[in-house]
Design a binder for this molecule. Structure first.
Ligand code: 13P
Length: 254
């Protein structure tokens, strides 16, 4: 597929997999995906598996991501993980502001922006998630909601930091439900986000930033979604938990 920006497909394993299972999955993916050069590939295991998985992917084309981090540096923050700790395992990406964290941990745009800034300062590339709830879409508020999240969650980033940031558009109603946004619905919101980036930063930055789609992406719908001009990759939950599904999904996207 001829794309303006290189695709980036990341697996968000969420709260799944023991260390042993993580190693199986990571080493299976290394084997299956070793010849893929057309896509930037990342996997985001739980914190407890980062150390072992980092060894399994070290010489491969698969990069490591984390699912969250603290906005604070090292210090008295019981139960939190600092960006510097993630760097110890050659982690490259960190997912921030996933809708599950926005909902269950009450993460605000302001907090996500602070985390994104801290991630860049530590040399990590944030994958900043945005997306509307079903009622919001039905009330015609998708652009309002997504626009507010984009402005708020990226507030304070320099242009250079924005260029090193990935945005993931994940409509909440499509996550884990088997209900994918149609390719047209995804394209519409992606184009809206890109136009907003041009306003907030500049046209060249907007053109360069990669925007992933997330929400029930599977091997059989990946190609149509990835063929949309403003869809530059995927953030994958359920289908990233299995070697065959995730590798097929990636190969079908090329
Ligand atoms: P599913 O692919 O399971 O719908 O999850 C999407 C997601 O939340 C990725 O971050």
């Amino acid at each position: 597929m001829d794309k303006e920006r290189k695709l980036i497909i990341a697996g968000n394993w969420k709260m799944n997999k023991t260390v042993a299972e993580s190693l199986d999955l990571a080493s299976g993916l290394v084997r299956e995906l070793k010849d893929v050069k057309e896509v930037d590939i990342a996997i985001c295991p739980p914190f407890t598996a980062l150390s072992e998985v980092s060894k399994a992917v070290i010489d491969s084309n698969i990069r490591l991501g984390a699912q969250n981090m603290s906005q604070n540096g090292y210090g008295a923050h019981t139960g939190e993980i600092a960006a510097g700790m993630l760097k110890e395992f050659s982690t490259k990406y960190v997912i921030l502001g996933h809708s599950e964290r926005r909902e269950y941990q009450r993460e605000s745009d302001e907090l996500i922006a602070a985390k994104a800034k801290a991630a860049h300062e530590a040399g990590l590339k944030p994958i900043v998630c945005v997306g509307e709830q079903l009622e919001e879409r039905e009330a015609g508020k998708t652009e309002d909601i997504v626009g507010t999240q984009v402005r708020g969650s990226l507030a304070g980033l320099t242009t250079e930091e924005m260029l090193g940031t990935v945005i993931a558009y994940e409509p909440v109603w499509a996550i884990g439900t088997g209900k994918t946004a149609t390719a047209g619905q995804a394209q519409e919101v992606h184009a809206f986000i890109r136009n907003l980036l041009a306003e907030l930063f500049d046209a060249d930055t907007a053109k360069a930033v990669r925007i992933q789609y997330g929400g029930s992406v599977k091997p059989d719908n990946a190609r149509e979604l990835m063929s949309q001009p403003d869809v530059d990759g995927a953030l994958v939950g359920g289908a990233s938990l299995d070697v065959r599904n995730f590798s097929e999904l990636i190969k079908n996207s090329i």
